[in-house]
Ligand binder design. Structure first.
Ligand code: B16
Ligand code: MG
Length: 215
């Protein structure tokens, strides 16, 4: 089936910001006095900021030590460091194949939406120079429910008035793929096949993506 709308996750699909999330979370863990590894960081992909903090504190066995207000301060501390990192992003941080895919879709007049859990999505899109390619941006500021709830994808499709079965979602997280499938969207996993069992199909990256097969 040919589709008329492409919905992109941001972190891990278009831009490799996971490493900056990791650096900022690790600084917080170091300050709180426990180790936070790259392996632990895998659990945070696609997860909202406050849920990420809960996972981090669980790793440090500090889950019940903080009040809600203290947790909000810890998340704000992490975000401040993260924003310092991503303020320096430029187009060299786009993942391989991302720009040519977006441009090919634009040429074919396919609608393009962002569906990201990040509250920093707009800043990232602007810094890597692709903000102008999106018809609609749905990010962590616009939704009340996190993936695997499909709200972040359905909101974009609804705004563009495209039926869900005509949408393709590009995602690197299991929760995101699950969300896409729940509303009948075609779910393309970006990453390793064994880690993304909910995908309809998995590509290792967006490099040389076969646009004609899907759009
Ligand atoms: P922020 P995505 C997600 O973005 C990240 O994968 C996840 O690691 C992060 O915690 C989440 O955004 C929230 O980000 O703290 O910037 O609001 O993959 O949905 O584009
Ligand atoms: Mg992601």
């Amino acid at each position: 089936m040919k589709h008329s709308c492409a919905i992109f996750d941001l972190d891990g699909v278009l831009v490799d910001t996971a490493k900056y999330h990791y650096l900022a979370w690790k600084e917080l863990a170091d300050r709180l006095g426990f180790n936070f590894t790259l392996h632990d960081n895998e659990r945070l992909k696609g997860v909202s900021r406050m849920s990420s903090l809960d996972i981090l504190l669980e790793v440090g066995q500090m889950k019940d030590r903080f009040t809600q207000v203290e947790k909000e301060n810890l998340a704000a501390e992490k975000n401040q460091r993260y924003v310092e990192w991503i303020s320096k992003l430029d187009e060299s941080e786009l993942l391989e194949g991302a720009l040519s895919l977006l441009e090919a879709l634009k040429k074919k007049e396919v609608k393009i939406a962002l569906g990201s859990a990040s509250k920093n999505a707009q800043l990232i899109l602007e810094n890597v120079g692709i903000a102008h390619l999106f018809d609609v941006v749905v990010d962590g500021n616009a939704v009340s429910k996190a993936k695997p709830d499909p709200e972040v994808f359905t909101l974009g499709a609804d705004k563009l008035q495209v039926p869900y079965e005509r949408c393709v979602v590009f995602e690197d997280s299991q929760a995101g793929l699950e969300a896409a499938k729940a509303v009948g969207m075609f779910a393309i996993g970006v990453g390793q096949k064994h880690a993304l069992p909910h995908a309809d199909i998995v590509y290792p990256s967006l490099k040389n993506f076969p646009v004609e097969l899907y759009f």
